[in-house]
Design a protein around this ligand. Structure first.
Ligand code: ADP
Ligand code: F6P
Length: 332
């Protein structure tokens, strides 16, 4: 018989993502509504480990402590990347803090790395449930991650603005967007903004074939300004500055590089991110209430379901090659 869960901890870990607050709110309200207590753990796994000496990072959450947060970007619980948690000693310390503080189970909102930590802590006897929160949409087990829609909308707004100035000057705008090692943001935003070329780390490219020739062909049909969207994973080999210089030299079109950076992580979450975060937060508490841990709540076939964490971590996700084809065909 599983131990009855009376107190749930909730934390956010890895890069912040818009919608994390909506997930925290759903966890807190669902758990309290079901008669459980909720402890907010500040600064991700760091806070859990520090809780031993600094109880201020662990605080009681109430129905009202999550009021007015749904529309706010970032995370009210702060977030961090915690090296110590990758070692057994760190996980053991976290387990001791949970036992000391009477935390029976934890909801972890973050990415794949955070899920690994959740699995390790579950194996130590503290049931954990992961909720996918990252702007990159790079969690293999889930078709969608909280924050992705908001980030893409932010990027679209920025690239539309770049287009205005590129158009006015007959320039080429080479813009780097986030995504870590994945090109999902770049591909979708590239299509939504009518980019002439989209460069993602998943698909090898040739600058002359995939960018320069396309620009020359478009110029022959009367095009004078261009947007090239580059995923940051490509930027590890070719910086957007170098790409802009090369493009200018090979096409004669004056080119400018822009790195959008952390602006992409902020802002008020979209409806999609708020609703999904609410549904996933509620689902995570459902599992813990039943004493179930070591699971992630993910989206598969457009439905919210749960999977074993290890199984989830072993899955793979690829870029949508049909969307790549669509982009290629219509960006002429
Ligand atoms: P994300 O969760 O967004 O993928 P990170 O990869 O930075 O972000 O991971 C977030 C945190 O999860 C790390 O700082 C660490 O505390 C924990 N973590 C990452 N990898 C592992 C691992 N292999 N084992 C245990 N914990 C891990
Ligand atoms: O995972 C979210 C993300 O914004 C990635 O797109 C990016 O590669 C990384 O985090 C940047 O991390 P940091 O917060 O360390 O700058």
């Amino acid at each position: 018989m599983e131990k009855k869960i009376q107190t749930i901890g909730v934390l956010t870990s890895g890069g912040d993502a818009p919608g994390m607050n909506a997930a925290i709110r759903a966890v807190v309200r669902t758990a309290i509504n079901r008669g459980m207590r909720v402890v907010g753990i500040d600064h991700g796994y760091n806070g859990l480990i520090r809780g031993e000496n600094d109880p201020s990072v662990l605080h009681e959450m109430t129905l009202r402590s999550v009021s007015d947060i749904m529309h706010r970007g970032g995370t009210i619980l702060y977030t961090a990347r915690c090296k110590e948690f990758k070692e057994d000693a760190g996980i053991e310390k976290a387990k001791q803090v949970c036992v000391q503080q009477g935390i029976d189970g934890i909801v972890v909102i973050g990415g794949d790395g955070s899920f690994r930590g959740a699995r390790d802590l579950s194996l130590k006897g503290i049931p954990c449930i992961g909720i996918p929160g990252t702007i990159d949409n790079d969690i293999s087990s889930s078709e969608y991650t909280i924050g992705y829609d908001t980030a893409m909308n932010t990027v679209v707004e920025c690239v539309d603005k770049l287009r205005d100035t590129s158009q006015s000057h007959d320039r080429c705008s080479v813009v780097e967007v986030m995504g870590r090692h994945a090109g999902h943001i770049a591909l979708n935003v590239g299509i939504a903004c009518g980019a002439t070329a989209i460069l993602v780390p998943e698909v090898p490219f040739d600058l002359d074939r995939d960018v320069v020739s396309k620009m020359h062909e478009a110029m022959e049909t009367g095009k004078h300004h261009f947007v090239i969207v580059v995923a940051e994973g490509v930027g590890e080999t070719y910086s957007v500055e170098n790409l802009a210089t090369e493009i200018q030299e090979r096409t004669g079109v004056e080119s400018r590089a822009t790195v959008l950076g952390h602006i992409q992580r902020g802002g008020s979450p979209t409806v999609r991110d708020r609703v999904l975060a609410s549904e996933m937060g509620n689902y995570a508490v459902d599992l813990l209430e039943k004493g179930i841990g070591n699971r992630v709540v993910v989206m598969r076939d457009n439905k919210v379901v749960d999977l074993d964490i290890l199984e989830a971590l072993n899955m793979t996700k690829s870029i949508d090659m049909n969307l790549m084809r669509v982009a290629e065909e219509i960006s002429i």
